[in-house]
Design a protein around this ligand. Structure first.
Ligand code: SF4
Ligand code: SF4
Length: 469
């Protein structure tokens, strides 16, 4: 065989799976031009190559931000190998930053992109949900941080208000209600009831853009009026909102900048999260060759916000550098300015917890702790960051009551994040093991969101092949 130059650079070995039969396979991570791919060869289905990221420079630098994971209780044993042992099994490398309980599989939409393939199903009994909440707390040593109430469409659950109350009783500090917004838009009475959960509660509202053709494609019907009405109702009752957009190339990737600008103008919208479509649930088996990735979305945000937000303003979230990129903006003279332009976050990793939550007070306390901690954990420039930080957070903040502090942070900071998921097409086991969004199941297990949707969800079309080593 004549020698020839490969068209890629080999970066790492990994374990992947075949997207057709889910066999575990040795894989390679390669860089071709400015993109990252995972490749593997299935004895039955041949060479499989899936794009992982479109901005290789960002991906290769992400490890500068990684931190040791937090170990927590596990529920299963090592047996067939990742991702078949969920979970959590002892091989999992991160605790639960966000726990998610699907309170019903029923839904008033049939979105073609639904990862849960939701539509029909009985609501989970409240007593079962209470047991799941207790399990979540116990598994995190009483320190559970964030819970998303999800589905299906959770607002169709007849006990939805009692479920949020149960989260309070279980002492979950931050509760997010994931919703498509239909009930919130249609029933002001319902929104009034939600308003009682002031503080530590927000609505995670599906919002995919402004073009009705986007909604027809992603959600199966027009929805823009519903979304705008939902935002108006929530604003009227002072309920904080995070917008969450599913992004598909060629459908709504041209509206990223417009969505950020719209979100910044809404007084109760505290953040926006973009999620590239993942190929499981109803999208399993659909052509993935044109998929958009986390870094493709970052590039799009930079191009479409005219320099207001740049890729360099985002950092990989230290608890899961592969799958979450985030930036915080703070209000300065009625403008929002990216925090990461003021602080080189990777110099302060010891002071950043494995969490999605941003709490300046905890950050400052942790900085102080790490400034006096063991040498290898010390922040390199504690005084430097304090100076920068105090310029942004006025000293008067620290004199406020807990409620005032919460309100100050809510009103003066804004979060833009991108969260991507692992599916059978871009599967990289290293990344899978670090995932920190976990579904709490009625059987009292914690399943990483991606592996659950890929192979463990009871109603998925993809039936796992018997894994072979
Ligand atoms: S995804 Fe995590 S919990 Fe599941 S098998 Fe892999 S290491 Fe274990
Ligand atoms: S994506 Fe959400 S709103 Fe759409 S069908 Fe699935 S659960 Fe329902």
């Amino acid at each position: 065989m004549a020698t020839h130059q490969r068209d890629y650079a080999f970066l790492e070995s990994t374990v992947s799976i075949c997207p057709h039969c889910l066999r575990r396979l040795d894989g390679k991570i390669i860089r071709r031009k400015n993109a990252i791919y995972v490749t593997r060869v299935c004895p039955e289905h041949g060479l499989q190559e899936g794009i992982m990221e479109e901005n290789a420079d960002y991906w290769q630098k992400r490890m500068l931000y990684t931190k040791p994971g937090t170990a927590v209780a596990t529920q299963t044993e090592r047996s067939k190998g990742c991702p078949f042992d969920c979970g959590l099994c002892p091989e999992h490398e991160q605790h639960t930053c966000i726990g998610l309980i699907e309170v019903t599989q029923a839904c008033n939409l049939r979105c073609p992109v639904c990862y849960a393939a939701a539509g029909f199903g009985e609501p989970l009994p409240l007593e079962t949900i209470k047991k799941m909440l207790a399990f979540y707390q116990e598994s995190e040593d009483g320190q559970a941080e964030i819970l998303q109430i999800s589905g299906g469409e959770p607002t169709t659950h007849p006990d939805i208000i009692a479920i949020i109350e149960a989260c309070r009783e279980a002492k979950i500090p931050y509760v997010m209600l994931n919703t498509n917004g239909i009930r919130v838009a249609e029933s002001e009475d319902f929104v009034k009831k939600l308003a009682q959960f002031h503080g530590g509660f927000e609505i995670y509202l599906q919002f995919d853009g402004f073009d009705e053709s986007t909604y027809s494609h992603l959600r199966g019907r027009s929805m823009l009026d519903t979304k705008l009405k939902a935002i108006a109702n929530l604003t009227k009752y002072n309920i904080p909102i995070t917008l969450v957009a599913t992004v598909e190339r060629g459908i709504n990737d041209k509206e990223l900048g417009k969505m950020v600008e719209f979100a910044l103008k809404q007084p109760l919208v505290r953040g926006i999260n973009f999620q590239p479509v993942a190929f499981f649930g109803r999208l399993n088996g659909v052509d993935t060759s044109n998929r958009i990735t986390l870094t493709g979305i970052l590039d799009g945000i930079e191009k479409q916000t005219n320099g207001m937000l740049k890729v360099s303003d985002f950092i990989p979230l230290p608890c899961d550098v592969d799958r979450v990129a985030v930036t915080y903006l703070y209000r300065e003279n009625e403008q929002f300015v990216p925090l990461m332009r003021q602080i080189d976050v990777k110099n302060y990793l010891p002071a950043i917890r494995n969490t999605f939550k941003f709490n300046p007070e905890e950050f400052v306390k942790d900085l102080a702790k790490s400034a006096t901690g063991p040498a290898d954990e010390k922040c390199c420039d504690y005084l430097g960051i304090m100076k920068q930080f105090k310029r942004m957070i006025p000293a008067s903040y620290f004199l406020k009551s807990e409620t005032e502090k919460h309100e100050y942070i809510s009103a003066n900071t804004f979060r833009v994040s991108v969260t991507s998921f692992v599916d059978a097409y871009n599967f990289d086991m290293k990344s899978m093991k670090k995932e920190c969004v976990h579904i709490i199941t009625p059987e009292l297990k914690k399943m990483p969101f991606s592996s659950y949707n890929m192979i463990h969800r009871p109603n998925v079309a993809h039936t796992p092949a018997v894994p072979t080593a």
